[in-house]
Design a protein around this ligand. Sequence first.
Ligand SMILES: NC(=O)c1ccc[n+]([C@@H]2O[C@H](COP(=O)([O-])OP(=O)(O)OC[C@H]3O[C@@H](n4cnc5c(N)ncnc54)[C@H](O)[C@@H]3O)[C@@H](O)[C@H]2O)c1
Length: 247
Amino acid sequence: MDLNGKTAIITGASGGIGRATALSLAGAGASVVLNYSSNREAAEEIKEKILNSGGSAETFKADVVDYSQCEILVKSAIDHFKRIDILINNAGITRDNLLARMKAEEWHAVIDTNLNGVYNCCRAVIKPLLKQKSGGRIINIASVAGIYGNSGQANYAAAKGGVIAFTRSLAKELGSRDITVNAVAPGFIETEMTDQLSDQVKKQALEHIALGRFGKPEDVAEVILFLASSSGYVSGQVIAVDGSLSM
Ligand SMILES: NC(=O)c1ccc[n+]([C@@H]2O[C@H](COP(=O)([O-])OP(=O)(O)OC[C@H]3O[C@@H](n4cnc5c(N)ncnc54)[C@H](O)[C@@H]3O)[C@@H](O)[C@H]2O)c1
């Protein structure tokens, strides 16, 4: 798992899975661009941790919902580290509600962040990647909800299902340029996102996980690292990291 000389952008890097991914990629030698939208302190803390262990990292603020901010994020990354090789589209939100009660804002906020945000970052990174002519790795964080659906998450499942279809299409578009595009579909991972769920929902989810435990951000980061550093013959795939929740 050698990423020396590579630069990786991780969106939403101050959150649970983003943080674990940043530490994992930096540990493999990548220079990491830690994108955050509001939690600067958390992003700076991860940067310090990476620098203190001899790695290379920089923080950049950008809202993935805004295309021009994504363009600036990619440009800043290239200005700073001189190249770009890996994009991890990890930023995401939930606004759970049954559809009968779901407000338009809840629908649009989730589609804007979780689906349009992936389009924005991919669109911004593609030209520089193609210009560099040295291939690349794009990894989109989807969800098992995007494959199987989930009651109370029609907005989230629609966005993540869209991310999966987008991933497969982009893999076909970019394969000939040695750019692989894959999705990781986590199940129930212990982060701030799942902290908000009630004990009853957690208990029900646990009953369906054969491994008998919720996932840790590191469980997801390990698969992301594999895809980021693989030789490049895996593309257009969706890898579930869910302890068999979706089986
Ligand atoms: N935790 C789970 O069980 C689980 C399951 C399936 C999929 N996922 C997905 O994994 C990814 C990471 O989630 P997490 O569990 O670490 O949650 P988290 O809430 O800890 O992290 C999400 C991060 O995204 C950032 N973010 C949100 N909106 C943004 C925006 N507009 N621009 C830039 N950054 C933004 C947040 O600030 C936060 O740092 C998300 O895409 C999520 O949908 C998580």
